[in-house]
Design a protein around this ligand. Structure first.
Ligand code: GLU
Length: 301
């Protein structure tokens, strides 16, 4: 066991070095600023029906909830505090379409289990962070989008041979984030797995590297990023076993904001910004840009 811990410690320090952008490390820190699209800020845009928009407008910026430890999607540079990734780009393009400078967005890290509360109590204006749209959550918040379709997968250590799919999880220790759809799916559909929950997937990955758990489960888009950081240690196995349409979370009663977010997204898909944002972020994982899923503009609540 001491050797295993030593290896794990080395791997973790390699992760830290990668986060500092060491030459030769995989491009997981986020894209070079010059490669990112510039989103033109809409001039004269007005959305007085939206209380959220009015507050943001008078404050001069949106406050956006996000993740800070999900490579290619939402990552915070510990040195500068800057957020980057595909979700962050989605947040920026929406801000620009809604007439507020994306460079002024104040990002706040909110864990999976706390998203609904953060939107309900006005802590954030909207949320972009691998947030699956589903009917249960729609009772609590509104969703613009979807802007991307992910699917649940499994991350294991590189030398793992027993786990190839969710059917192999009986008696295995499986880690996921509290309050997430992948956690719920394992609980319901694979009750013989021993579930371990943390606030974040990065803590699950640390536990996987130190042999505290046998697998990490969440969306494939998230797992690919962790595997890319330490490809010699980790691998994603099997086929995706769910559909996770990513939405932009908004306060449930603010239909005006939700429709404006849908319009913004549709326009950014049409003008090529969505594709450029994908290529500069999640596309670095090696998966070419898919066609964005159809936007579900469901009726006002
Ligand atoms: N997309 C899933 C969810 O919303 C998993 C990723 C996450 O926890 O953000 O629960």
């Amino acid at each position: 066991m001491p050797t295993v811990r030593l290896i794990a410690a080395l791997v973790l320090s390699a992760l830290a070095a990668t986060a500092c952008g060491k030459d030769g490390s995989p491009p997981t820190k986020g894209p070079a600023a010059g490669k990112l699209p510039e989103y033109r800020v809409a001039t004269g845009f007005q959305l007085p029906e939206s209380g959220t928009w009015r507050k943001a407008k008078s404050r001069g910026r949106f406050i956006v909830g996000a993740k800070e430890d999900q490579p290619y999607l939402g990552e915070k540079d510990p040195a500068t505090g800057t957020y980057s990734g595909f979700d962050i780009e989605i947040a920026k393009m929406i801000s620009a379409s809604l007439g507020l400078d994306p460079r002024r967005i104040e990002f706040r890290t909110i864990a999976s289990a706390n998203r609904e509360t953060a939107l309900q109590n006005g802590q954030i204006d909207y949320y972009v962070g691998t947030y699956t749209i589903n009917d249960n959550r729609k009772k609590l918040v509104g969703f613009g989008g979807p802007y991307y379709m992910a699917g649940q997968g499994l991350l294991v250590r590189h030398d793992e041979e027993d786990i190839k799919g969710p059917q192999d999880l009986d008696g295995k220790r499986v880690c996921s984030a509290a309050g997430s759809t992948p956690f719920q799916r394992i609980q319901q559909d694979y009750p013989k797995a021993t579930l371990v929950a943390y606030d974040t997937y990065s803590v699950c990955v640390d536990n996987l590297l130190t042999y505290q758990v046998d697998a990490v489960t969440t969306d494939d888009a998230i797992l690919i990023g962790y595997a890319a950081k330490v490809p010699d240690e980790l691998k994603v196995v099997g086929k995706p076993f769910s559909e996770e349409p990513y939405g932009i979370g908004v306060p449930r009663s603010d239909n005006a904001l939700r429709f404006a977010v849908d319009d913004a997204l549709a326009a950014r898909e049409k003008n090529g910004d969505w594709q450029k944002a994908y290529d500069a972020t999640l596309g670095l994982s090696g998966v070419p840009a898919p066609k964005p899923p159809a936007i579900d503009r469901y009726p006002a609540n």
